[in-house]
Design a protein around this ligand. Structure first.
Ligand SMILES: Nc1ncnc2c1ncn2[C@@H]1O[C@H](COP(=O)(O)OP(=O)(O)OP(=O)(O)O)[C@@H](O)[C@H]1O
Length: 294
């Protein structure tokens, strides 16, 4: 079953593009990454799914129900951590969390204290006195205290130190093992790689690619780097499957996907000093997608 299904979702801010024709689905039990540079449309997509803003056209379902029409009902089963959190500064953390819990029918007291302990959050403090990272932790506890079936996180790690990020990821993996589906938006590739099963890449408001993490990182792409005896030009490497060519005097690098024999034959035409064949970093793979349609 698909927990989220977005169908040609479009949001215009007046004449300005928010997102256009965004279609993707998140399966039950998945940790799904949503990745793209600043301004790509991640928050707009998430806010539309949560009915915090309304789509200009297109539609989406969550748990099989229209996300706008059934928003109040759907939201009871969602834990949401927005990219920026704002609180009543004078409140104590515990009072804020109890207030958040009061919107749900179950008793969340035990879970609040478990989560606070895992994240080293002192719930007796006033919001005012918390650092940025600790405020973020309040948001995390708030998002998870009712043990939601779907967790939606918009750039959740900003402000968390590396150790806390690790704890937070462990927490998310535990929730996922217990059955929660997770939508995780980020512009940090390495953290998406650590956590997610599948990823959608969004660029300038449009989904460029949806792919499993393993397919993206494992087999298909190779990075070639070679040092020729003489100067070379990029024309030599105009071959199907070659992208991201960079030439600097006698050195050439490019990303290749395709038949290995074809590229090796091409390289063999050039007198070489040295040759490296490497796994591209996730950055290089993603840059390739970002740039592809320009
Ligand atoms: N309230 C708004 N009014 C007008 N334009 C907006 C509004 N919110 C977002 N936009 C525009 O919509 C586009 C998508 O923005 P969005 O915040 O969804 O991107 P994002 O991928 O979440 O980026 P970031 O990581 O920087 O938050 C951007 O061009 C942005 O300027």
């Amino acid at each position: 079953m698909n927990v989220i299904e977005s169908n040609q979702l479009t949001k215009m801010y007046g004449k300005a593009r928010g997102i256009s024709n965004v279609s993707f689905s998140v399966k039950e039990g998945e940790i799904f990454g949503f990745i793209g540079p600043n301004g790509a449309g991640k928050s707009t997509t998430i806010r539309t799914l949560l009915a915090l803003i309304y789509p200009t056209s297109g539609s989406a379902t969550i748990f099989g129900k229209d996300c706008i029409k059934y928003a109040p009902e759907i939201k009871k089963e969602i834990g949401y951590l927005p990219s920026e959190v704002f609180y009543y500064e004078n409140m104590k953390v515990i009072d804020l969390l109890k207030y958040s819990a009061s919107f749900y029918k179950k008793d969340c007291t035990k879970r609040i204290h478990e989560l606070a302990e895992t994240l080293n959050l002192d719930v007796s403090k006033k919001i005012n006195d918390l650092s940025l990272g600790n405020k973020k932790k309040v948001g995390i506890v708030q998002g998870l205290l009712h043990e939601p079936k779907l967790i939606i996180l918009d750039e959740p790690t900003s402000g968390l130190d590396p150790l806390m990020q690790q704890k937070f990821f462990e927490l998310l993996r535990e929730e996922n093992k217990k059955g929660a589906t997770i939508l995780f938006s980020s512009h940090i590739l390495s953290e998406v790689q650590k956590l997610c099963d599948r990823v959608a890449i969004i660029k300038e408001g449009e989904i460029v690619k949806v792919e499993t993490m393993s397919a993206l990182t494992e087999n298909s792409y190779k990075k070639f780097r070679l040092e020729a005896v003489n100067h070379v030009t990029s024309e030599v490497f105009q071959l199907d499957g070659v992208t991201d060519i960079m030439v600097k005097e006698k050195t050439v690098s490019f990303i290749y996907k395709g038949n290995m024999n074809a590229i090796i034959r091409k390289i063999a035409e050039i007198p070489l000093q040295n040759l490296w064949v490497e796994e591209p970093t996730l950055e290089e793979i993603f840059m390739h997608y970002y740039e592809k349609e320009e």
